[in-house]
Write a protein that binds this ligand. Sequence first.
Ligand code: ADP
Ligand code: MG
Length: 738
Amino acid sequence: METLRFQVVGEAFKKKPLEVKTFAERPAQYFAKKVFNREKMYKYLPKDVYEKMMDVINNGARLDRSVADAVAEGMKAWAVENGVTHYTHWFQPLTEGTAEKHDSFIEHDGKGGMVEEFTGKLLVQQEPDASSFPSGGIRSTFEARGYSAWDPTSPVFIIDDTLCIPTVFISYSGEALDYKAPLLRALHAVNVAATDVCHYFDKDVKKVTSNLGWEQEYFLVDEGLYAARPDLLLTGRTLMGHDSAKNQQMDDHYFGSIPERVAAFMKELEIVALELGIPCKTRHNEVAPNQFELAPIFEETNLAVDHNMLLMSVMKRVARKHGFRVLLHEKPFDGINGSGKHNNWSLSTDNGVLLHAPGKTPEQNLRFAVFIVETLMGVYKHNGLLKASIMSATNAHRLGANEAPPAIISSFLGKQLSELLDHIELADRENLLSMAGKQGMKMDIPEIPELLIDNTDRNRTSPFAFTGNRFEFRAVGSEANCASAMITLNSAVAEALVDFKKRVDARIEETKDKFEGTEHSATFHAIIDILREDIKTCKPIRFDGNGYSDEWVEEATKRGLDVEKSCPEIFQRYLDPQSIQMFESLGVMTKKELEARNEVKWETYTKKLQIEARVLGDLSMNHIIPVATAYQSQLLNNVENMAEIFTKEKAQKLSARNIKIIEEIAERTLIIEQKVEELINARKLANKIDCEYEKAVAYHDTVEPKFDEIRYQIDKLELIVDDSCWPLPKYRELLFIR
Ligand code: ADP
Ligand code: MG
């Protein structure tokens, strides 16, 4: 008898025809083909409208109605030329995905016919029915409306026949219901704070931009195998499955050659992404089998976030064309590496200075040190909150599981940079900064050769590592919206910079008489003094050792860092007084918004575990136990038959192994049954709790621990039950694409 599993696996391993998308054009020619970028604006908008748009995009000028109408007109002309019939406001609700509601351009023309119309009003604002998006109670049902408003800093783009307009999503009372609104506020805050600090060094700086370069990791599985795994289908991860004899122990996948079928998928994905203006640069195999990575060139953070959201959805579509499913879950398979999304982050000025890169002069290096140290100050003060910003039910499987990254936020600086900070902290103050006659000031701040710092020894266990000209926040989950981490990181750094400036200005005020009108040197003395204070203050966040060791947990506890591992508990960091104070003072989020968002986080956490618990229960009872029992019956028949044809003694001897297996199956299925019942009861109890936080805690403490107990028994059964009747594709099949 050929089982379902055999058919499915056989199908998946048949040679699939390759659909290689080829393009006559070079990437530079099709890049951003489907984006209404500056180049298209220049072509499709009247000159004065184009200039007003540039002012809106570059300087945050207000977009007035007449300009919006003219922009909409130009946009429509371009869109129609590209076969577009519909438009949608594209936004990022708190569900982690993106949302869109498509409307066509057509309107009655008043004469019984139709015209295609697209006005500034439709471009700028829409009212999607918000009642089915999570809001954490901000919108009680009687005020179920929210509205979406265009974010002109992220260009509109075309998907198939639809013009997509990136928007924020806000309730009528003004609270953010999405990720983009608070992100834009945080980016504004860090721009203002960093520009102010830059003015100590360069009065010409007008704007500081936050940059993000994400590295998206993902798994691919064959579509047929995926469909035969209800757990993958419904929860995004395997809830059971014994290790494959071979997985990543040979380290032969990382940077290995890319399988032909996968290469065809990647090629098409890149073309589609490049057309959408996503500057894809790097592709390679990752550590685990079937794991891959795609990274673009870094961009302004808001745009980079949009591009990541877009890429994740495009990836899913392209994969299906190639007979694959993309797994973005942080931990789809036990026992091998999970997936993350390193967020490479930095700040840069409008006149081209990377503020996290060392410069050539002592003055530039002092500025560099200020931005490094104030970043560390923000990360130190809000280390628990930063962890909360990347936490989710799914990412919890990676964090603290002795796999990048650890569940304690710390920062690795490398030898070069650590030495520079130590020098500034410990060198004689007068030597560090002295008046050198007519030449002005002399600073004893050593230069760091760019090459050296670029090759800085990398510490793979650090969740927030300095890598030459940026920090790499490595704790972000593969499935997450990067905005969550970016809102918190940019806010934390903005707050640190505001605080730094306040103290420096106060010190200048105190000491300026001493420097007899040489304002410049009063400033630098003040900067050095405050910087030295801060280097001392934020020292606990610096850690260059092994982030997975037990000693580190102990040491980090002593240093006062957040060592909490429970996801629902970590979310509480959003409601700590210092978090509320930070977000409110910067105008990023109000206490009400934070509370509402936490409700959503806890609710989402609970729902995810709820679904997993139900799937695990169903699979145990409907797939695993019946199959194991059927196999057990076969063995029982065999034992009976043996007893009929052989003497009692001989039959016993020959059947000993089967009897052992019969017994093991009986014992294991019994435990599974009991545990599933316990799981159901724990769930029922937890479901009775009204408070979202307490419910999430109950799921974490009483429901989740049962998962592993059940899985353990199932994985053991997988090893003893006849392979041909096992109902689910196994790891060794799921993990090796051919
Ligand atoms: P690695 O895997 O070695 O960390 P990758 O080249 O895969 O590096 O990815 C690094 C990412 O960091 C890319 O998106 C790159 O554009 C981005 N990046 C490089 N420099 C900066 C910077 N100064 N600020 C932000 N991102 C940066
Ligand atoms: Mg990296």
